[in-house]
Ligand binder design. Structure first.
Ligand SMILES: [Cu+2]
Length: 123
């Protein structure tokens, strides 16, 4: 009986690959914090307000990471490769209604799960 319960719990918790970090709900923001970890982004919000957005990037991991932010074909910003504990502030000019995609350009990290997307409000 215990084994059956454990099996059910494990099955419920297992998807394909590593689950992405939950994206916070809430109103659109103009200030975003991004935490870099092995191998995912921790986001302080899930939806951006269009227009100027200030992003504070902190490497909370134990190896070098960066973040690149793309909106369609357009690169909004890219951080340096930050050492553990490193921090950088980026200024974005975000277009309305088009999602912003994030990835880490350090070799193999995006493939390991270091990608995320942010919604952008329509106005
Ligand atoms: Cu990385």
């Amino acid at each position: 009986m215990l084994a059956a319960a454990l099996t059910a719990a494990l099955a419920a918790g297992c998807g394909t690959g590593t689950p992405a970090a939950p994206v916070p709900a809430g109103p659109p923001v103009s200030e975003l914090r991004i935490g870099l970890q092995e191998y995912r982004f921790q986001l302080s919000a899930g939806t951006l307000r269009p227009g100027p957005v200030e992003v504070t990037v902190t490497n909370a991991g134990s190896t070098g990471h960066d973040v690149r932010l793309l909106q369609g074909e357009r690169q909004l910003a890219a951080s340096d490769v930050l050492p553990p504990g490193g921090r950088q502030t980026l200024q974005l000019d975000v277009a309305a209604g088009v999602p912003v995609l994030l990835d880490c350009t350090v070799g193999g990290h995006a493939e390991a799960g270091m990608t995320a997307s942010l919604a952008v409000a329509d106005s």
